[in-house]
Design a protein around this ligand. Structure first.
Ligand code: MG
Length: 308
């Protein structure tokens, strides 16, 4: 039987639970967070962080979420397919923010860092935005936004919900945004061309390009995919900071619209805030604030019903 086991963070497992919402089974085995059964794959996530993919599509399905540990060790010699001295090259890097947050848009940034700018950016403290406080992110973003060419794309919640309800997966939305942002930067810097383009990997290369099928302009030349790409090239780290900065700004605007501070993430405090929005502004208002297909919507509706 085809089977893949991944070890993932609880945050990722919660994202998966949302992602497979349609396929969730009522009965779950002991110790499991959820079981989902798609037409060709059964996915069971455990509180330990282990996630089991079984069935014909287990490889493809698991590749959306991560790489199998054992495999990684076996191939650790070639480790990556990246050109040598990659961190010292002139690179366009891209990253996105907001995909796991119920409230707020998705923001995607691609930016270009020339090799002679690498040390300056490092000096300014550019590293993975996940390791930085919001305050620090704002500070660094303001310093780098005028020294590197970049493209920022914001997918507002209304648009996200429209696309999602038409059947588009979040993965496809991300692929379209990354491809578009990269295209913008390539145009901005022309006739200069980067040595390479590095995308913080959210889907395997084949899946990424499947998502882009039918697009007029698809960027394939010198494009590399890698998980935790922020630590591989500072251009991805810079993009993660600029994307986070935009997300923070958008989030503040949304909080203003809401009339109170919206919580980040997708936890129970998010359910409560969504319930409050429904009660104060009506059910339709959520489209403007949130990614409706997340499980939080149903939980919020239950809270509202319960409060009546
Ligand atoms: Mg990323």
């Amino acid at each position: 039987m085809n089977q893949v086991v991944l070890k993932l963070s609880m945050e990722k497992i919660r994202n998966m639970e949302n992602y497979y919402k349609k396929y969730l089974k009522e009965k779950v085995p002991a110790g499991a967070v959820f079981t989902a059964k798609t037409p060709n794959c059964t996915i069971t996530a455990y509180h330990s962080g282990k996630v089991l993919f079984q069935g014909a599509d287990s490889k493809a399905e698991s590749s959306i979420w991560g790489e199998e540990k054992i495999k990684k060790q076996n191939t650790s010699n070639k480790m990556t397919h990246l050109p040598e001295n990659f961190s010292g090259l002139s690179v366009i890097g891209s990253d996105e923010v907001g995909t796991g947050d119920y409230f707020g848009p998705i923001t995607v940034v691609a930016s270009f860092v020339k090799k002679d700018q690498i040390s300056l950016l490092t000096e300014l403290g550019v590293k993975d935005s996940k390791d930085l406080t919001d305050k620090k992110i704002i500070e660094i973003a303001k310093q780098i936004k005028d020294i590197i060419p970049f493209s920022l794309l914001i997918l507002p919640n209304e648009k996200y919900n429209d696309l999602q309800q038409k059947g588009m997966s979040q993965g496809k939305m991300k692929a379209l945004l990354h491809n578009q942002a990269i295209g913008h930067v390539l145009k901005k810097i022309a006739p200069l061309a980067p040595d390479a383009i590095l995308i913080d990997e959210f889907a395997k290369k084949e899946i990424y390009y499947n998502y882009l099928r039918g697009e007029k302009e698809i960027h394939r030349e010198n494009v590399y995919f890698h998980t935790k790409a922020e630590s591989i090239h500072v251009a991805v780290a810079a993009s993660s900071i600029l994307a986070r900065y935009a997300f923070i700004q958008q989030f503040e605007l949304l909080s203003k619209d809401a009339g109170f501070t919206l919580p980040k993430g997708a936890g129970s405090q998010v359910d409560k805030a969504a319930a409050r929005l429904i009660q104060e502004k009506g059910g339709n208002a959520l489209r403007h604030f949130a990614k409706l297909h997340f499980a939080n919507t149903e939980k919020a509706l239950k809270l509202v019903h319960h409060n009546k």
